[in-house]
Design a protein around this ligand. Structure first.
Ligand code: ZN
Length: 118
């Protein structure tokens, strides 16, 4: 009798866990889909901006690629990402990154802050 109750409790527990995992998976799928959609929107906007810049300023795709390489290498690593650059804080001299708006040591505004660094 006690064994049966224990087994029943165990089955119900596993059932709840299964439903919870299924719900978490559904939420993760929805979040991933939302990010994919947002990324596609950003790519479209970026392409439109780049198209306007090319037309207005007589730039080429090669100019864009060269600038991307230049920015990629600012952190010393060619990895297709922009990670910011370590600089010295003007307030306290500590090393901070260009992705920080303010120095984490002395709260001085970062004059080289870049909103494009993730
Ligand atoms: Zn500082």
């Amino acid at each position: 009798m006690i064994w049966d109750l224990y087994q029943q409790w165990k089955i119900e527990h596993i059932d709840r866990e299964s439903r919870r995992a299924s719900e978490n998976s559904r939420r993760a799928d929805s979040t991933a889909s939302s990010y994919a959609s947002r990324t596609e929107q950003m790519a479209l906007a970026m392409e439109a901006v780049w198209s306007l810049l090319k037309e207005k300023h007589n730039l080429t795709d090669l100019d864009l690629i060269q600038k991307m390489h230049e920015i990629d290498l600012q952190d010393g690593v060619k990895d297709g990402k922009t990670n910011g650059v370590a600089i010295s804080c003007l307030g306290c001299g500590q090393k901070i990154n260009t992705r920080m708006k303010k120095c984490i040591y002395c709260d001085t505004e970062n004059s080289r802050y870049s909103p494009f660094v993730g």
